[in-house]
Design a protein. Structure first.
Length: 261
C-alpha cells in the first residue's frame, strides 16, 4: 500500500478534525439547530401555536437574530395577531434595517390596518435601511483618508488635490459619525412601544369613562411618556397624545441594549 501524499494526508487530517469538531459542538449550538428545525416543522404542519412557542424559546435560550424575529412575525400573523406580527417585524428591522422580508411584510400590514409609525426626519428616512456597520466602516475609512490627505498636504505640498481630498474625507467622516450618533441613540428606541391589541382607543385621561381621542390600529408605534397604574401615557404618530391600557402595548425593545452595539 502506497503511503498517502502530503496533500492526501492533509485531507485525511482535515476530515478527522472536522468530524471531531462536529462531535464536540457546544450543546447550545446543537440544541439551537434542533429547536429551529422543530419550529420550522411545526410551522409547515400549520401548528402555529407550537411553532410560536419554539421560536420564542429559541430566542430566550440561544440569542436574538433578525430571521428569528421575522419567523415570529409570520407565525404571529398566522395566529391572527397582526399587532404582534408588526412588533416582531419592527424588532427584526431594529437588528437589521436592511431586512427586506420584514420591511415588505410590515408594509403589507400597514396597508391592511393603516397604522402609522413615529415621525422620522429626512436623514433618518434616508438611512433607515442602511446598517450602522456600513456607516462605521465609512467613518473610519474617511478618517484615515483625512489623515493621509493632511500628511500629503504637509509633506508633499500637493495643495489643490490634498485640499480637495481633505475637505471630502473630512465631510464624509463627520457626516458618518453624525449618522452613527443618531442611529445609536438608545433613549428613543427604548421608549418606543407597539400596539398589539385590537380595537384600541386612546383616551384623554387614565379612565374608561374619560372619552376617546382616537382609535389606534394594531401594529401602530407609540412613544411611552409616562405610566400610572394600569395606564400608559403615550405619544402617537401625528403629534397626538393619549392614555392606553398598559397591556395593550409591548415595548419595542425589552431586551438587553448591548445587542444593539
Amino acid at each position: 500500500m502506497h503511503a498517502p501524499s502530503h496533500f492526501s494526508l492533509f485531507l485525511i487530517l482535515a476530515l478527522v478534525a472536522f468530524t471531531g469538531a462536529r462531535s464536540v459542538l457546544p450543546a447550545a449550538e446543537q440544541g439551537a439547530e434542533s429547536l429551529f428545525q422543530d419550529a420550522n416543522a411545526a410551522y409547515e404542519k400549520k401548528d402555529f401555536e407550537k411553532a410560536y412557542q419554539l421560536y420564542t424559546r429559541l430566542g430566550e435560550d440561544h440569542g436574538l437574530a433578525p430571521d428569528l424575529f421575522y419567523n415570529l412575525g409570520n407565525t404571529a400573523y398566522r395566529l391572527d395577531k397582526p399587532g404582534e406580527a408588526a412588533l416582531w417585524y419592527r424588532r427584526a428591522l431594529v437588528l437589521d434595517p436592511g431586512h427586506t422580508e420584514s420591511r415588505q411584510n410590515l408594509r403589507f400590514l400597514h396597508d391592511v390596518y393603516q397604522f402609522l409609525s413615529l415621525e422620522q426626519n429626512g436623514v433618518q428616512k434616508l438611512t433607515a435601511t442602511i446598517s450602522e456597520r456600513f456607516f462605521l466602516i465609512l467613518s473610519v475609512a474617511a478618517a484615515w483618508g483625512t489623515v493621509l490627505a493632511t500628511a500629503t498636504l504637509l509633506v508633499f505640498r500637493l495643495t489643490a488635490a490634498s485640499l480637495w481630498a481633505l475637505a471630502l474625507c473630512g465631510t464624509i467622516a463627520l457626516a458618518s459619525a453624525g449618522v452613527l450618533l443618531m442611529k445609536g441613540s438608545r433613549e428613543s428606541l427604548l421608549s418606543r412601544a407597539v400596539v398589539v391589541a385590537d380595537q384600541v382607543s386612546a383616551r384623554p385621561g387614565p379612565a374608561e369613562d374619560s372619552g376617546n381621542v382616537i382609535s389606534v390600529p394594531p401594529g401602530a408605534e407609540v412613544e411611552l411618556l409616562a405610566m400610572r397604574a394600569a395606564w400608559s401615557y403615550v405619544g402617537l404618530p401625528g403629534g397626538i397624545r393619549g392614555w392606553l391600557h398598559s397591556d395593550e402595548i409591548v415595548p419595542l425593545w425589552p431586551f438587553d441594549p448591548s445587542f444593539l452595539e
